[in-house]
Write a protein that binds this ligand. Structure first.
Ligand code: ZN
Length: 243
């Protein structure tokens, strides 16, 4: 990828446990931000070695292809153990190094309650890394940087979102980024009983996006939770119709 350059700076960084998490939960949002001219980046914390299908190498190629489709300028994967991510100081420091390199204003993390333990851990691990990253006394080769905003991608959580990002123009592209993981999602024999067919993934993806879009009065949307309250300047400009 051209933009793996050491001097890449990101406006928005999505941090996720597994390759293809971002494609499922906030890929449309990354596409929308890129369309606005913002620089986006993805940090996957594992290589995907625990997956039933495909090797870590295959998944690396697929992740690069998905990043291209999402218009993401920087994507890397750390080597935390797939299925056993822990919130330890060394792991927090590995993320701190990335935060200080990319200097994102916004960090997207998975929502803190999740079926997969890795997803739940990444919410607290990522938050604590963002905090540490701003501390002068935590020394690395690069200067401290604290992201301004942390939002949680809540697509798979049973929680009311704080806001929705309208991804209507990007829904097909987001779906393509997910289908770039041929080893995971393409119709095939291995693990056939365990994995849902391609058409089912398409239907499910569109239904979820439609559900969240409807909440905000748009066609397709992606949901997020923020811990802070919203701040309003002009009541007449608040979006999403009440009645
Ligand atoms: Zn995952």
């Amino acid at each position: 990828m051209a933009a793996q350059a050491a001097d890449y700076r990101a406006d928005v960084l999505a941090i996720a446990a597994h390759r293809d998490d971002v494609e499922q939960t906030c890929g449309g949002t990354l596409l929308r931000m890129a369309a606005r001219g913002l620089r986006t980046a993805i940090l996957d914390l594992t290589q995907g070695e625990a997956g039933t299908r495909g090797s870590a190498e295959e998944r690396a190629q697929e992740a690069a292809e998905a990043a291209r489709i999402l218009g993401v300028g920087w994507r890397q994967a750390l080597s935390f153990p797939d299925g056993a991510i822990e919130n330890t100081l060394p792991n927090r420091m590995e993320i701190v190094r990335v935060l200080r390199l990319l200097k994102p204003r916004v960090v997207i993390l998975p929502y803190w309650q999740a079926r997969h333990p890795d997803h739940a851990i990444v919410a607290s691990l990522g938050y604590e890394a963002c905090f540490l990253s701003g501390l002068k006394k935590v020394e690395t080769e690069t200067e401290p940087h604290r992201p301004f905003k942390i939002v949680y991608a809540s697509l798979y959580a049973d929680v009311r979102p704080s806001f929705i990002v309208d991804i209507s123009p990007f829904i097909e592209q987001r779906l393509s980024s997910l289908m770039a993981y041929r080893s995971q999602y393409a119709n095939q024999a291995t693990g056939g009983g365990l994995f849902v067919p391609e058409e089912e993934i398409r239907e499910r993806t569109l239904a979820e996006a439609r559900h969240y879009g409807l909440l905000a009065g748009v066609k397709y949307g992606e949901p997020f939770v923020q811990k802070e309250v919203g701040l309003v300047d002009d009541l007449t400009l608040i979006p999403v119709q009440s009645i």
